[in-house]
Design a protein around this ligand. Structure first.
Ligand SMILES: Cc1ncc(COP(=O)(O)O)c(C=O)c1O
Length: 362
């Protein structure tokens, strides 16, 4: 087998090795068609089957009914959805509510404000975005068109443990923890997620939308931005990102084979607990950023006693093939992203490295 680093990148991120191998094996000759999936018409039967399988496998993994929800495969990344959600759902008479738990939700708020009346139901900004709200610390307005939140805050390393209580339609940016645990999709109006953390390569965003909400999209919207039009055309209004969708389909199939999202959740909890326990036992050498009740199982953010030590940590870790551990440029510090495809052996290797690093520098 070829060399593989321990990849803790926040996204694009590690993909399951056997999925990469499968894609490699059929890269130049997809299922005896004599061409790669990237080279054939998106209208061909072969490609249509690929996209349909990806959609159906997603519905099976996340346990929702394709009669009630439409799955859209769109370009433009999750950030495009920051604009498309309010463009499709808000009108002149309605307002939206947002939970602000860090950079990505703040960007979503900024975009929504350009579209319509946007209110912040809760913000963790004063606390340095070190937590997500518990249900008794905010109240959503039943008159709002929707309540939007970010389930996992990739940059600050916080995560909602439960779905927040909402009195209006719930919308979630699930970019950095989708498929990491079972999710009760029936609680949501819209879920969207960029692929490049837990689902596949960058280039496609999955939007799961409750079908009645498709009626909200105005005829005045440009067609490629109109959820109803994209849905009516089976995400083929324009050429879909065929290769990323194919890869997402392979990842979904792989997760089903592993036993589905209950299995992923247990593995993810075990991986994260390994690191959080290390922090707790380090006498303050490793300080987690997130409040205990809000700690993420996907992005573990932490600090060392000084910035110099953090630089040294990153350099020495890289020599041990432990890569992608630098915190986001906006907050500094360190971050281990331990998405679904990061193997437990990589987390074990990181923990061992961290124990040694403390021994030598603590
Ligand atoms: C939670 C979350 N939302 C949105 C984004 C932006 O995604 P994209 O780059 O696909 O627009 C990211 C990227 O890291 C993210 O982590």
């Amino acid at each position: 087998m070829s060399y593989r680093a321990h990849n803790f990148s926040a996204g694009p991120a590690a993909l399951p090795l056997n999925v990469l191998e499968e894609a490699k094996a059929e890269l130049t000759n997809f299922q005896e068609t004599g061409m790669s999936i990237m080279e054939m018409s998106h209208r061909s039967k072969d490609y249509e089957q690929v996209q349909q399988d990806a959609t159906e496998n997603m519905a099976q993994l996340l346990d929702f009914d394709l009669k009630e929800y439409s799955v859209l495969w769109m370009g433009g990344g999750a950030r495009t959805q920051f604009a498309l959600v309010p463009m499709n759902l808000l009108d002149g008479d309605s307002f939206a509510e947002y939970i602000d738990t860090g950079a990505w939700s703040s960007y979503a708020i900024k975009e929504a404000k350009k579209v319509g009346d946007t209110r912040v139901a809760y913000s963790s900004e004063d606390a340095g975005h070190n937590h997500v709200p518990q249900n008794d610390t905010f109240k959503s307005d039943a008159n709002a068109k929707y309540l939007h939140y970010t389930s996992n805050n990739t940059i600050f390393g916080t995560q909602f443990q439960d779905i927040p209580e909402s009195n209006s339609t719930l919308i979630c940016d699930m970019s950095s923890d989708i498929l990491s645990r079972p999710m009760n999709v029936s609680k949501f109006g819209v879920i969207y997620a960029g692929a490049q953390k837990n689902m596949g390569p960058a280039g496609v965003t999955m939007v799961i939308i409750r079908k009645d909400l498709l009626e909200c999209s105005s005829e005045n919207l440009p067609e490629v931005m109109n959820y109803a039009k994209v849905s009516a055309k089976g995400s083929m209004l324009n050429t879909p990102p065929v290769f990323p969708i194919y890869m997402v389909g392979l990842v979904a199939k792989h997760l089903l084979k592993l036993g589905g999202l209950e299995v992923m959740e247990k593995t993810n909890q075990r991986k994260a607990a390994h690191l959080y326990t290390l922090f707790a036992d380090s006498n303050g050498f490793y300080k987690g950023h997130a409040r205990h009740d809000s700690r993420s199982n996907m992005n573990v953010t932490f600090r060392l006693p000084s910035e110099n030590l953090e630089k040294q940590f990153i350099a020495e870790a890289a020599k041990a093939q432990l890569l992608g551990l630098k915190g986001h440029r906006s907050v500094g510090g360190l971050r281990a992203s331990i998405y679904n495809a990061v193997p437990e052996e990589s987390v074990n290797a990181l923990v061992e490295f961290m124990l040694n690093f403390q021994k030598n520098n603590g």
